[in-house]
Design a protein around this ligand. Structure first.
Ligand code: DGT
Ligand code: CA
Ligand code: CA
Ligand code: ZN
Length: 612
């Protein structure tokens, strides 16, 4: 996480905490406004350490906030936040994270009903006394209940976008520990799953003691679950460094359940010469590993986390008898001996990757292949950047095209554009396209797919746009049949180019629609409509298996960041990973096409629409 992101998070946390404590809403708003401004800044906030005057010039930053920013840059924390965290029980924050519970409700639950944990919340839902809370209706209670059930069913897994930055941070710090030769992130995180059970980190060193000690002393560590010579497990705070006096205490010493969002991180220490074998083993998946071992046996070999060894009749593990492995140092040489190409971790799910051959290795899409962003919002609806800012940011990334696709009129909460506003917006986009050289700015819309599949603008209006992304935003509890028909109608609409976030799911928070993706993919292939992978880690929608289905049906894929602010471009990596997990190649992804091919496709849909 960048300094900007960490600071923005702390400020928006202060805003929420202030509301929960009942402070005046002007103070809360000032903090959340500043958080947004910092998140959208292109330069590193740390460069303002000694320039309070310059900070004050930034829109959204006043005197009090400027002091807090400087305090954060200098000390890494904000005393006001620390103070608020002492005041508000940690469980209240957890309640606040429940979808459907805003700061005002959390406050009413806490002050009025003594709700200081999720367990308390469940109890008053069950006994019905939650309805005594002011402005709490049956419908809201039902939604909160569903959200709690869904979170429970997700089994405490952490979204990829939350776990990945932490894993990278841990890996980078381990790399600097004395004696550590190599570091790797393994497990589901390396495979790029959309949620992560625990983080698995691997280090190659001859000094396991020092590595383990360094790992267990990371500032985020709340509990040490295991501390062996070759394996350590810790529970870390997902909310940043924790206080020194509670750090690293074992379960027995604290006796308290974790009070903040946490996750487990495992460290394994291996010898440098078997790093590849260990990385392979601990990357998994378990199912992939089982297939590899079967394959080894067929070749009179045996595979474990120490290496690939010749098979013999002894019972004890070969490494314990000093048997020399035929391959162990790198994954590549192990796969090679098993007559496989090096298999990208995203494919290691036993979904057909064993049929790959060394002559024909998979050529999955990479981050560098992406040349265009086709789903972005500006200040005209709910984005934070102007058209020009957006275009310059995309150009900076080396993109040849950016599509401005603000929300359509039904999205009133997102300040969706009326027809008249859209027409003016199109003019503004055309103008910006003239002004900003070196990138093509397309006039588009993220048009709502209404519950029955109709679009939120009439055809004559849509025709004026270069690109139309059609997405469902509400009525996301429809039955699968209605959802399929709704989405089919949009996919088949001659003026639609891309179906945006098809299911509307939110990872671990909202199930979304469950349409027949096979049918939608077939229609998409037939009509030349692309299906979007929305790259935000909270969405990742389509998900991996949907992408696979879409590709098999012959459809093309779009990978879009659904940009609302500068930071959202960073999500591209998660979208690409999801595409790779669906076996996506660059030629099937519209965002990696050349400008000529991309614009040709967009136009060709318009031409067939007018002749149809
Ligand atoms: P997660 O943490 O639930 O998101 O999923 P993983 O895949 O990271 O699973 P984890 O952390 O339990 O184990 C990491 C890898 O270690 C796993 O993908 C494969 C390997 N592994 C762990 N236990 C076993 C096992 O009993 N048999 C085999 N073959 N491999 C295992
Ligand atoms: Ca794991
Ligand atoms: Ca693990
Ligand atoms: Zn959307």
């Amino acid at each position: 996480m960048s300094t900007n992101q960490r600071l923005a998070e702390q400020l928006s946390e202060i805003a929420k905490l202030l509301e929960v404590t009942g402070a005046n809403s002007f103070r809360a708003n000032a903090n959340s406004r500043a958080a947004r401004a910092i998140e959208d800044m292109t330069e590193d906030i740390a460069t303002y350490a000694d320039d309070r005057e310059a900070l004050l010039e930034i829109d959204g930053i006043g005197a009090k906030i400027a002091d807090k920013i400087i305090e954060f840059i200098k000390t890494g924390k904000i005393e006001e936040r620390e103070q608020l965290l002492r005041e508000v029980p940690a469980g209240v924050l957890e309640v606040l994270r429940t979808p459907g519970v805003g700061p005002k409700t959390a406050r009413a639950l806490w002050q009025g009903k003594g709700v200081e944990s999720i367990a308390d919340l469940k109890r008053i839902i069950d006994d019905g006394s939650i309805l005594e809370v002011p402005r709490m209706g049956k419908k809201t209670v039902e939604n909160i209940k569903k959200a709690l059930e869904f979170a429970e069913a997700s089994g405490g897994r952490t979204p990829l976008g939350v776990a990945a930055p932490l894993a990278v941070e841990f890996a980078e710090r381990m790399q600097k520990v004395k004696g550590v030769e190599r570091v790797g992130v393994a497990g589901s995180l390396r495979r790029g799953r959309d949620t992560i059970g625990d983080i698995d980190i691997l280090v190659a060193t001859k000094d396991g003691e020092t590595a383990g000690e360094a790992f267990r002393s990371m500032p985020e560590v709340m509990q040490v679950l295991a501390a062996g010579a070759t394996k350590s497990s810790v529970r870390v705070s997902l909310e940043g460094p924790i206080k020194a006096e509670t750090r690293g205490k074992s379960d027995e010493e604290t006796k308290a359940p974790p009070a903040v969002a946490t996750m487990q991180v495992d460290l394994r220490v291996v010898a440098p010469e078997s790093f590849g074998a260990a990385l392979l083993y601990f990357t998994g998946s378990k199912e992939h590993n089982i297939r590899l071992r079967e394959r080894a046996l067929k070749r009179e070999l045996t595979l474990n986390e120490y290496g690939l060894f010749p098979l013999d009749d002894e019972k004890s593990p070969p490494q314990s008898r000093g048997v020399k492995p035929v391959a162990a140092a790198t994954e590549e040489e192990i796969y090679e001996k098993l007559e496989l190409p090096w298999i990208p971790p995203e494919l290691r799910e036993d979904r057909g990757e064993m049929d790959l051959t060394p002559e024909d290795p998979p050529a999955l899409i990479t981050l560098e292949d992406i040349r265009a962003e086709l789903h972005a919002h500006t200040t005209a609806s709910d984005g934070a950047m102007s058209i020009e800012e957006l275009a310059r940011a995309a150009k900076e990334l080396g993109f040849h095209t950016i599509a401005v696709t603000d929300h359509s009129k039904s999205q009133t909460i997102a300040n969706g554009l009326s027809k008249d506003r859209l027409l003016k917006h199109i003019d503004a986009i055309r103008e910006a396209d003239e002004t900003v050289k070196g990138i093509r700015i397309l006039a588009g819309s993220e048009v709502d797919i209404l519950a029955d599949g109709k679009l939120d603008y009439d055809d004559a209006t849509l025709e004026k746009l270069d690109i139309v992304v059609a997405s469902p935003h509400w009525a996301l509890k429809q039955d699968p049949k209605a959802a399929t028909e709704r989405l089919l109608r949009a996919v088949r609409h001659p003026l639609v180019h891309i179906l945006g976030h098809a299911t509307g799911r939110l990872v671990g928070r909202r199930e979304g629609l469950a349409p027949d993706i096979g049918a939608i993919a077939e229609a998409a292939a037939e009509c030349g409509t692309a299906l979007e992978i929305n790259a935000h880690w909270m969405r990742l929608d389509l998900r991996d298996i949907h992408v696979r289905t879409a590709l098999e049906a012959g459809a093309t894929i779009a990978i879009n960041c659904d940009v609302h602010g500068m930071g959202d471009f960073d999500n591209l990596r998660y979208g690409v990973t999801t595409g790779r997990r669906g076996w996506l190649t660059a030629d099937r992804c519209v965002n990696s096409w050349s400008a000529k091919k991309l614009h040709g496709w967009l136009k060709s849909k318009r031409e067939s629409a007018s002749t149809a």
